[in-house]
Design a protein around this ligand. Structure first.
Ligand SMILES: *Cc1c(COP(=O)(O)O)cnc(C)c1O
Length: 467
């Protein structure tokens, strides 16, 4: 102990570290307070390591300490929100930002963000306008709705609709549809927060029209139908169709609202995906209002899209919560650009990254794996065993829970590292790479890798194995 304690006086003074050529140079690009704090942190750490007998003896050479402080400063200066490479095979990974945007959306964001825009200005009339007019007509055209509006996200859309239409009265929901999505979106909680009394009808697996009919009373303001986005109830089940619900609700003079979750604009069954009702089909049943996300299968920015009957949409717009949940201009720019692609479904399939990734044929995935494999072997030699394996991608993001997208992946088995250690190092590389471990192998699913991501992946792997 005393030996280690004696080394404490070799710890360099902060000012001496800061006047080293390397840290002085760093201060030309990084803020002074960051560099100073980094030096301070490193010296504090070294002191702790010296005093901890179980810790390996740290390198106290002046240059080594400078090096460590420089690395720490660079780390502290790095943005917190960063690009990552996703090889998990989950397309709409909520933790990884859901849908990547199309080039058209990125361009629209840049144009609108770098200067002023007609966000709330009617250029024809020369007077104040409304921000949602930029997408309303497009949404109506793509879904057959009479009117539309947009808010910050789908959770907000549901809350706004409930608050504006139900007030402090009650709303009916089937017990089979009392969902939780992503931990914090829970229908009972959302209803409570909107000031609406939840009336549960039916049972977990079966709800009949007569259950709804029996529950309607003078305090009932609406029927809420919720898409069971992230699970399925299998076996003996029964749910009431949109047509039947709309028929019943309209007899009582109340609306039906459907939270569709993902909100498909085009049928994806030709691409091997399970049948899901499109927004247009949901509205055709007579349902008054449909809400869905912008950043799930639609493949756009985070947004909550609300479409349906004009009288109902007007009620929502007037509610104070509409202002609190309003969509921002960058999102609006990206949303409009993405929706415009859908005017020609083939263009949407070719340009919207989420749709492109969903529709990738196995032959293309095999080809990507083969190309990657060749380059991996060149770059990494025999540090890692690589092979092509069958693999299944999932949609994620609370969309199409049972859809399995058959494909191929590269399985990596490092020779000198454990698979967990490989995953840890890739997660901390620059840029970070996130993948999945299966059967003691690290899987690289090429479905979610664009061309640039492939280069970044190779760089990251080289960093891990050649150091
Ligand atoms: C995803 C989802 C939500 C939440 O949507 P966000 O856009 O994430 O707020 C709400 N309801 C359903 C059915 C969903 O699938």
């Amino acid at each position: 102990m005393s030996d280690r304690r004696a080394l404490l006086r070799h710890l360099p003074a902060i000012d001496r570290l800061l006047s080293s050529p390397q840290l002085s140079r760093l201060e030309q690009t990084l803020p002074h307070i960051l560099v100073r704090e980094a030096a301070q942190k490193v010296v504090d750490e070294l002191r702790r390591e010296l005093l901890d007998e179980r810790a390996p003896l740290p390198d106290l050479a002046f240059d080594a300490v400078v090096e460590r402080a420089a690395a720490r400063a660079a780390e502290m200066a790095r943005p917190s929100l960063r690009r990552v490479v996703n090889v998990t095979g989950t397309l709409l990974h909520t933790n990884l930002g859901r849908a990547p945007l199309c080039a058209e959306a990125l361009q629209a964001i840049t144009e609108v963000a770098q200067g002023y825009s007609n966000l709330e200005y009617d250029l024809e009339a020369g007077q104040r306008g409304k921000r949602y007019t930029h997408v309303e007509e497009l949404i109506c055209r793509l879904t057959g709705g009479e009117a539309a509006t947009v808010v910050n996200n789908n959770a907000g859309a549901v809350m706004l609709a409930l608050a504006a239409l139900a007030g402090s009265r009650n709303a009916l929901v089937s017990r089979g549809e009392l969902i939780e999505i992503g931990g914090s979106f829970r229908i009972p909680d959302i209803m409570a927060a909107s000031g609406v009394e939840l009336v549960e009808v039916g049972t977990t697996n079966k709800t009949h029209l007569k259950d709804y009919a029996g529950a309607i009373d003078s305090g009932t303001s609406l029927i809420l139908k919720v898409h069971t986005s992230n699970y399925r109830i299998l076996g003996f089940t029964e749910a009431v169709s949109g047509e039947e619900l709309a028929g019943l609700a309209h007899q009582h003079g109340i609306p039906v609202l459907e939270d569709l979750g993902s909100g498909l604009l085009i049928d994806l069954t030709p691409h091997g995906l399970p049948r899901e009702p499109t927004v247009r089909e949901a509205l055709q049943t007579g349902i008054d209002l449909v809400t869905f996300s912008g950043d799930k299968l639609l493949g756009g920015p985070q947004a909550g899209i609300i479409v349906g009957k004009r009288t109902v949409i007007d009620q929502l717009r007037k509610h104070p919560m509409a202002r609190a949940l309003r969509i921002d201009k960058l999102t609006l720019a990206a949303l409009e650009a993405t929706l415009r692609l859908y005017l020609d479904p083939n263009r949407a399939l070719a340009q919207v990254p989420t749709l492109k990734m969903l529709a990738l044929p196995i032959a293309e995935l095999q080809q990507r794996c083969e190309n990657l494999l060749t380059r991996l072997s060149e770059a990494l030699g025999d540090a890692v065993a690589c092979s092509i394996v069958d693999s299944t991608a999932t949609v994620g993001g609370g969309a199409l829970p049972l859809a399995e997208l058959p494909g191929r992946a590269i399985a990596l088995v490092p020779v000198k590292l454990s698979v967990n250690e490989l995953a840890n190092r890739l997660r901390r590389s620059e840029p970070p790479v996130l993948g999945r471990i299966q059967d003691d192998r690290f899987l690289v699913d090429p479905r979610t890798l664009n061309h640039e991501d492939q280069e970044l992946l190779l760089q990251a792997l080289q960093q891990v194995f050649n150091h």
